[in-house]
Design a protein around this ligand. Sequence first.
Ligand SMILES: *Cc1c(COP(=O)(O)O)cnc(C)c1O
Length: 495
Amino acid sequence: MDAAQETLGMMAEETLDPRDWADVQALSHRIVDDAVAHLRDVRERPVWQEMPGEVRAFFTAPLPRSPSPLADVYAEVARNVMPYPMGNIHPRFWSWYMGSSNLAGALGDFLAAIQGSNLGGGNHAAGLMDSQVVNWCKQMLGFPASAGGTLVSGGSMANIIGLTVARNAKAGIDVREHGVAAIEKPLRFYGSDQIHSCHRKAMEALGLGNRALRRIPTDAGLRIDIAALRAAIAEDRAAGFKPACVIGTAGTVNTGAIDDLQALAKLAHEEGLWFHVDGCIGALIAIAPENAHRVAGIEWADSVALDPHKWLHAPFEVGCALVRDAVAHRKTFAVTPEFLESTPRGLASGEWLHDYGLQTTRGFRALKVWMALKEHGSDKFGRLIDQNIAQAGYLAGLIEAEPELELAASPTINIVCFRYQPGLRGEALKALNTEIMLRLQEEGIAALSDTTVHGQHWLRVAITNHRTRREDLDLLVRQVTRLGRQIAAQRPASS
Ligand SMILES: *Cc1c(COP(=O)(O)O)cnc(C)c1O
């Protein structure tokens, strides 16, 4: 070894790659075996369990500055993380509103990370697949092939994309250049009083402010009241505002109500407003043969937000924004900095996908959606949506047949609101049902959430779950009545 080699040896470069590939291959096989077993046995485990003190303490450990063998790192994850999930892949998880993931999607996420491509743009296969998945979303909703679209982190971001294009298209000035302060008449957006909270954040982030989103009352079915909307638009025009956009909800988060999208499309057209649909819950009902009629008119929207991590059960995160006018979409976000110029050939000759949203670097979200759609076919996802809606109807029937339970209303789609009702009212009734909900979670039986609709508190079951069976709903009703009786017996009588 000469002096130069010696210096090189002393300065041997480091890498994050394993020293022994065979070793890491064996460990990887074990992780995959454990992961598949985790999924196979999900029904046998509690939906959720509280973490013991030592698990909580584990997450307060300081930054590790020196290495540990990967096998030891995995052992820590297996011990402290995997047994304490949120629970949404479990067949009896019905809280809030989320999908239940799937194996092909999980493998897709793994392979996407292994390839590690950046979907901000460029000429490579992942970029083409990203555009293909957006095109498949257009096909599922009956949107024209010429529409624009982009995969984003979820429904909230998909709504922001649509609403940003709406703002810029309707502002009457170049908002990108001059900002919202230069808009002559203040813009007004409209949605129902059931609109998702992400729209408030969107209004704030867009610089329009929460008050720019006018909440319109809903009818008995919790759908936007079209006559009230028309009156509000007229009133705003007379008061010097500029009505800009109506947001229809296809599936509200409280009860699954679907606004009359055809009527909204017609009204928006007559009034010259942008028509955006928040379809995070319901847009994909368009592929469900029994229920597709419920979202008729969605294909007329100027923009739609949909959420493949809900009813397509993609592993988190993936949302999708579609914008009918691809030029307006691009004009809202496209910037070409000097370091991202295209070349006629080679790596930089592909489309710059960051021109359709706010992110520059974009992950390979498409693969998990693509693999699951290829494995099962979109028809099956449509049938699973119908299955969940039928299951909600089945649960509503069980609740109606049980005298101790009260059903809020017949479910429109897959969300059922109900409560245990031993003849209580107000806060006492809410406290009893809250306790039922917490014990269902703590005993690992089922995960429900709750909500308040028109001042009434309800337990809420949202079945966006391809693992749920009717027997799980039978069990839910038995357990709610058992816990209701038990808790009511323990409580001092009150009104
Ligand atoms: C879930 C949901 C959102 C937000 O979507 P995320 O994927 O959670 O960001 C928006 N609107 C409705 C109606 C939803 O159900």
